[in-house]
Design a protein around this ligand. Structure first.
Ligand SMILES: *Cc1c(COP(=O)(O)O)cnc(C)c1O
Length: 355
């Protein structure tokens, strides 16, 4: 990075680090943050100087548009430390492009690449002690943008704040995941914002997910809103089905988030000679495959857990348990993908980017 680029950031370091108080062995996901954060404000049609400063609450006017009309988008990424203490990002360009697609869909300004990428790199560098070595350890990166303009007029804000916060993470056992196939609720609809990583997509799914939780299911498998016959996503993850030895996942659409983990798994599985079909799986097909034993595995795919195996699903009050596999394909894929992320296997795809 050049001198000039470094000087374009206003950096105020924390007087002391909180790191000594953190129990890295017992981290709950996403509730401890590092010493610093980044923010960059947009106003009068342009982005200001990005600021890196001590992590702290922000003050906002109660009429800020984000509170009233939900202009809020985010990304979820991770940084990994290898055995040589080098820090790596995984396909950050994909997150950057997706972030700006989300911004456009929510009538928000695009964030310059310099602010997003260079911001991530500089912030992580300042808090690099927070990235722990060893497979399973990572630093979860949360870039986000909110509408900060004042006034409750129902129109897009003229002011925005882009921010990045960082949270140390550890992979942990999530327990057995049973899912409920949605028959009524939807997380997204054609013409809607399902393909954007928008805060509102998450709030829309909390209530149906809570109802599923109360019935003993950890997640909802979302189906298409028009017919509820196509299987689309698992909670906040993309979803894969293994029927016999073929992996199926739905094509991306206006209703489905174009996950980086999903597309990486498709490429990785193909390289491994696994048959992958990108097409919608119908609820009826899933039921038939569960009944005749050809349904071997189901799993969610996303940055936070990488792969989240599903042990069974419920549809119309009937529960279908999946057969236990000696060598689950889901775990083999997870292992291959995380080995690339931690630089334990050769990255033939060129997915990893050094900080
Ligand atoms: C973030 C997200 C995913 C996973 O995307 P990754 O890029 O793999 O982390 C899948 N579905 C939804 C709805 C999401 O918000």
């Amino acid at each position: 990075m050049s001198e000039n680029k470094t000087q374009a950031f206003d950096i105020k370091k924390a007087a002391e680090s909180k790191i000594a108080n953190v129990d890295f062995e017992n981290l709950a996901f996403g509730n401890i943050f590092t010493d610093h954060m980044l923010y960059c404000d947009y106003k009068d049609g342009e982005w200001g100087t990005p600021v890196i400063c001590p992590y702290a609450p922000i003050e906002m006017d109660p009429s800020s548009r984000v509170f009233h009309y939900g202009q809020a988008i985010f990304e979820g990424m991770k940084a990994y430390k290898d055995e040589q203490d080098d820090i790596w990002l995984f396909r950050p360009d994909e997150n950057f492009i997706r972030f700006n697609k989300s911004a456009t869909r929510l009538a928000m300004p695009e964030v310059p690449e310099e602010v997003f990428m260079e911001g991530l790199k500089q912030l992580i560098n300042i808090d690099k002690e927070w990235v722990r070595k060893g497979k399973g350890n990572s630093l979860y990166l949360r870039p986000f943008m909110i509408a900060t303009g004042h006034g409750v007029i129902a129109a897009p804000s003229a002011q925005y704040r882009f921010m990045i916060i960082l949270s140390p993470a550890k992979s942990y056992y999530t327990g057995e995941v049973k899912v409920l196939i949605a028959e009524h609720f939807s997380r997204a609809a054609n013409g809607g914002i399902g393909a954007a990583k928008a805060a509102g997509n998450y709030s829309a799914q909390f209530y149906p997910t809570r109802l599923a939780n109360q019935q003993g299911y950890q997640q909802v498998i979302w189906t298409d809103d028009a017919t509820h016959t196509k299987l689309e996503e698992a909670g906040t993850m993309n979803v894969f089905f293994r029927i016999n030895d073929t992996l199926y996942t739905a094509p991306t659409s206006e209703r489905i988030l174009d996950g980086v983990t999903r597309k990486s798994i498709i490429d990785l599985a193909k390289r491994e000679g696994i048959n992958v079909e990108v097409r919608s799986v119908l609820v009826d097909e899933l039921l038939a495959a569960a009944k005749d034993g050809s349904l071997k595995e189901m799993f969610g795919a996303g940055t936070a857990a990488v792969v989240n195996p599903i042990v069974g699903f419920s549809y119309q009050d009937t529960y279908y348990e999946l057969p236990k596999q000696d060598k689950p394909l889901s775990l083999e894929i997870k292992d291959k993908l995380t080995n690339i992320q931690y630089k334990l296997a050769e990255d033939t795809f060129g997915w990893t980017v050094k900080i």
